[in-house]
Ligand binder design. Sequence first.
Ligand code: FAD
Length: 301
Amino acid sequence: TEKIERANANGRYFWSFEYFPPKTESGAVNLFERMERMKSLGPEFIDVTWGAGGSSSEETIKCVTTSQVAIGLETSMHLTCTNMPLEKLDWALERCKEIGIRNILALRGDAPRGVETWTASEGGFSNAIDLVKYIREKHGDWFCIGVAGYPEGHIENNDKEAEFAHFIQKAKLADYVVTQLFYEPDLFLSWYNRVRAAGIEIPILPGIMPIQTYAGFQRLIGREKTFVPAEVLAALEAVKDDDFAVREYGVKLAVEMCEKLKAGGHKGFHFYTMNLEKSVRQILQGVGFVSAAVATANTEE
Ligand code: FAD
């Protein structure tokens, strides 16, 4: 975003928070209160995801309207191609324009739950590049467009070279990149160097997902086939029956990862909050991005 570029150019550290749209009315109220509280942590911008399979589009629009207009957070809305015929894409982009949202993370999306292989909707797009091109053609420079990057490669594509080439082609048309989560900073750093060597100069934000629960973490790495260093697996195994200790370890690991990325010269960090705030607060404090007073003020979790 313009904001991301500005922050990057200023050479200061910055961070963004990702949320997903809750399914219920009370869940939405809780999330909005949380976003309001977390505003004091100074995110450069926040993201709201687009429901898997194109579901919950109304909920996403409602969330971004509240975050952008009522709470006053610079908001980026995710938008996917899954189950999105052109009219529905147009509808979503028009809503964004009306409420003043200028940042879109353009994605292909995953197949809806229970469906194995991804297929394009009739008259819709089959990959993120086509969506980026469409948004640019239709809306010029109004939207600042982000795309997803995969430090370990996208799991669907076994041809790693072709996958990397697709990503570079996509990044050339975009304004910024947010990456898939990872637990081995060296994998991110070597991918990042390759991306820069391929001539991509836009901001690239590493995606940090604090480990919240042992079961959730196992599900996630199983689904994404994420590489996890043996010492991380061993440390988690040792505390797996103690939810508090698992979360504490998740914070410690995320702080260590951020430190390593900082040492590698990185300034911007994207946090997958899972709509929770405690871990993110502790990580920001641990890395020294916010003071203890800011990290612990106005919190409810
Ligand atoms: P693409 O860049 O389109 O790539 C998809 C696959 O197609 C890749 O394997 C690629 O190599 C291949 N490919 C691309 N172009 C071509 C071509 N021309 N020819 C042949 N093959 C090609 N999902 C949601 O449903 N909602 C969200 O809000 C959401 N947010 C996300 C945020 C981030 C930061 C990330 C990393 C992922 C997110 N996802 C979300 C998941 C994402 O939609 C999936 O990972 C999806 O499988 C790929 O999306 P993409 O935009 O990266 O796809």
